[in-house]
Design a protein around this ligand. Structure first.
Ligand code: B12
Length: 454
């Protein structure tokens, strides 16, 4: 069968970090890897590609179109699904990806035929067996089919680790970027997270315990990756010292030289200082560290394991080892003007090379949503707004306008005065800096509009 796998365009209405980074659609590459032996599979990445969707449909004539999705993509997926059915109503439409996992019901509609909540080689092969033979699809674990009134079995599950088929995105790969690193590949070496931070979806998606992929498979993938830079998307790549030592050993013995970027927890940075030094010699260039807050009680409320003192120590260790820190912080809706001021001082003290500030977001369907239910500013189906970039919980101490004013001021302060411009220029060159400035300006303009609107 001819199968077209699609990542929708970025939504014009949604502000996302897509202004700064768009990396490969690993999920679609996993599906391509499962299906490529028996079917003709093509990935259409509308996030980076300039193709016309309708022309692609007319040219490739797929029998099946599968969409991947994040929270902001629901409308985009539905619009493209409708367009597909208008061009050829026989085309079977599938929806999968993070949002299909977290809220499959978002896709229960006339233009989508099967929603794959979680993906395993087994359920995909089963589904495609029935689709290929034109038979009625029975209840399959993890699959919600319209012909079964979107019912599935009662078996819950999570996505299986599948080695992605990176060749399927060959034509887009030079565009994939992670902040300044371009071209940059994505790699997952382990799934799940035992930290269970209250605001985080990742351990809910991948499971509450780390589950490692054998290091031999990881090294084999790295050897096949042509890009000089690799972003490791594990929740906390540094969690196991033994595993990291093995990773370094294999890189050294195979003489592999790449730039690596990874997510890292404060505790791991502190506890695995020596190994971090070895990793740095093996190409670890930057760690994304979730410092989140300057207040001890907020850190505790978020279920963070680290204290303020440990955050500062981790920042010092990274500086000492020459590993850049890309810090992320959560802007709490209960902050007042003094809190914002104290927060700015705290970021100055931590002095990360790059900081990202995200308003606390309580996505519909999560525990956090229930906690803030009375203060949520958007309807659950106002999907374009659920971008993790706009204020979605009504501030308690400031008016929305005043709160946005503080967000704007803090963003300007952090981006213009604190983020390390010489680091960015040295590391990524002027072209990237200009691209980042363009993205930041777009962000700032939207924040100004939101502030004025109040
Ligand atoms: C890499 C990444 C990105 C990359 C690429 C994401 C992509 N898929 O296009 C980039 C940098 C572009 C990105 C951007 C954003 N991201 Co992001 N990202 C991630 C991250 C770290 C890993 C995702 C990943 O690749 N996982 C591994 C792959 C293999 O998993 P997967 O895609 O789910 O695929 C599996 C199944 O879902 C299935 N599958 C996937 N697609 C399909 C399609 C079909 C048809 C089928 C059958 C199956 C199927 O196959 C795979 C089998 O294992 C996650 C955190 C996490 N651990 O999930 C956040 C995460 C997904 N991102 C998130 C968010 C919020 C965003 C942004 C909105 C952030 C922002 N403020 O800008 C933007 C949105 C961009 C946009 N659309 O405009 C949230 C998602 C929340 C949600 N409900 O969707 C997450 C969970 C992080 C978080 N905050 O908790 N992101």
């Amino acid at each position: 069968m001819r199968i077209l796998l699609v990542r929708p365009k970025r939504r014009k209405k949604s502000i996302t970090l897509g202004e700064f980074m768009f990396s490969e659609p690993l999920g679609l590459e996993c599906i391509a890897a499962i299906l490529r032996d028996k079917h003709e599979v093509k990935i259409l990445d509308l996030m980076v590609g300039k193709e016309d969707f309708s022309q692609e449909l007319i040219g490739f004539k797929p029998q099946i179109v599968g969409f991947t999705s994040l929270c902001v993509d629901v409308r985009g997926v539905k619009e493209l699904a409708l367009k597909t059915k208008e061009i050829d109503e026989r085309v079977i439409i599938l929806a999968g990806g993070t949002q299909a996992f977290l809220a499959p019901e978002n896709f229960f509609c006339g233009e989508i035929d099967h929603i794959v909540k979680y993906t395993t080689q087994d359920n995909i092969r089963k589904l495609f067996y029935y689709l290929e033979n034109g038979e009625k699809v029975p209840l399959i674990d993890g699959v919600h089919s319209r012909e079964n009134s979107f019912q599935s079995t009662d078996v819950s599950g999570i996505n299986e680790y599948i080695t992605p088929d990176r060749e399927a995105t060959e034509k887009y790969r030079s565009h994939y970027t992670y902040f300044g690193y371009q071209p940059c590949a994505l790699l997952q070496t382990s799934r799940g997270c035992s930290s269970h931070c209250s605001f985080c979806l990742r351990w809910k998606i991948e499971g509450g315990q780390e589950q490692d992929e054998p290091m031999e498979n990881i090294i084999a993938q790295i050897q096949r990756i042509a890009e000089p830079s690799i972003m490791i998307i594990d929740n906390n790549f540094l969690y196991s010292q033994e595993r990291l030592e093995n990773f370094c050993h294999l890189l050294e013995s195979d003489n592999i030289q790449k730039n690596f970027i990874c997510y890292a927890s404060v505790e791991s940075i502190i506890h695995h200082r020596e190994t971090l030094n070895r990793l740095s010699k093996n190409g670890l260039r930057a760690c994304l560290v979730g410092y989140e807050s300057f207040k001890a009680e907020e850190l505790a409320g978020y279920n963070k394991k680290a204290t303020i003192k440990e955050n500062i120590l981790a920042a010092e260790i990274l500086k000492e080892l020459g590993i850049a820190c890309w810090a992320s912080f959560i802007l709490n809706p209960d902050w007042n003007t003094k809190d914002f001021l104290q927060f700015r001082k705290y970021v100055k003290e931590l002095a990360p090379e790059i900081s990202t500030l995200t308003p606390l977001t309580a996505l519909p369907g999560t525990l956090l949503y229930n906690k803030y239910k009375e203060r949520i500013l958007f309807a659950p189906d106002d999907y374009d707004q659920w971008s993790f970039s706009v204020v979605s919980i009504k501030p308690s101490k400031l008016s929305l306008r005043h709160y946005y004013f503080e967000v704007l001021k803090t963003n300007l302060y952090v981006n213009l005065l604190l983020n390390n411009p010489s680091y960015v220029i040295q590391q990524f060159g002027l072209g990237t800096v200009l691209r980042l400035i363009k993205g930041s300006l777009k962000f700032l303009l939207i924040y100004i509009k939101l502030m004025v609107k109040g």
